[in-house]
Design a protein. Structure first.
Length: 250
């Protein structure tokens, strides 16, 4: 964990804002999957009051140029936010650590649209291999509001809601699993595609307390540890439903 220390000389202007940084470390980078499209996804983290995940394609996304790595930022919250973001790679430690590679962009994360931003040609893999620190790829994801005058309304959560949020998708404490997806749908004049299967970890007592539909689905007994199959809902919609139940709207 790394903490930033800011020293301000003089009075900052009214609209001044600092970059809010999250440090992500991909240990053993050389051993990560090198196939096109193979992804390594971070745990969910919070920045600017919103939840995010960071994805690394060590062998590049399917559409990336040969020899390039790709990165992707995924917005996990359902509230709208417009940000400026910088994704950078910090080089090996020395007298003056420096940023080796940086990409800055602005993005409007509208919850009604795809909530992800892919940089398919982020950096050359050979360049990244020379930037490793003891085999670790250290990435810094820096956030700030694109328009500091439009501060989003993020109400403070009660402690119970914060507690529920901390348990969202927590595999260790969960007592029920849902396997969502796998349904077939038509596209391109009759061809058939199958949506991917995604496993969700959850908690029966929260589901029963918050949703009569889940109460009926779970039943009253202890049915075992096998995942409950849900094939008629897309994984993205199911994730948003769990977001709501776990307090994302409060």
């Amino acid at each position: 964990m790394m903490d930033d220390l800011s020293v301000h000389m003089g009075e900052p202007p009214p609209n001044f804002q600092e970059w809010m940084r999250t440090y992500i470390h991909f240990h053993g980078f050389a051993g990560l999957p090198k196939e096109r499209g193979a992804m390594v996804e971070s745990d969910t983290f919070t920045n600017l009051g919103h939840q995010w995940r960071f994805v690394l394609y060590a062998g590049g996304d399917y559409d990336a140029e040969q020899g390039m790595i790709s990165v992707e930022l995924i917005h996990m919250s359902v509230e709208h936010i417009q940000i400026a973001c910088e994704i950078s790679v910090r080089g090996p430690a020395g007298p003056k650590p420096r940023v080796r590679k940086a990409r800055e962009f602005k993005f409007d994360f509208d919850p009604t649209m795809a909530a992800r931003c892919l940089i398919k040609d982020f950096a050359e893999r050979n360049y990244i291999m020379n930037s490793l620190v003891d085999g670790t790829l250290p990435i810094v994801v820096s956030f700030k509001l694109a328009d500091p005058t439009k501060v989003p309304f993020i109400p403070e959560n009660p402690s119970s809601c914060n507690y529920f949020r901390s348990m969202f998708m927590d595999e260790e404490s969960s007592d029920v699993m849902f396997e969502v997806g796998g349904q077939r749908g038509k596209y391109n004049a009759g061809k058939v595609a199958r949506t991917p299967l995604v496993l969700f970890h959850a908690h029966k007592f929260i589901l029963r307390k918050c949703s009569s539909v889940f109460t009926d689905l779970l039943g009253s007994g202890e049915e075992g540890t096998a995942p409950i199959q849900i094939a008629d809902v897309s994984p993205d919609i199911f994730r948003l439903l769990l977001f709501c139940i776990w307090g994302q709207y409060f």
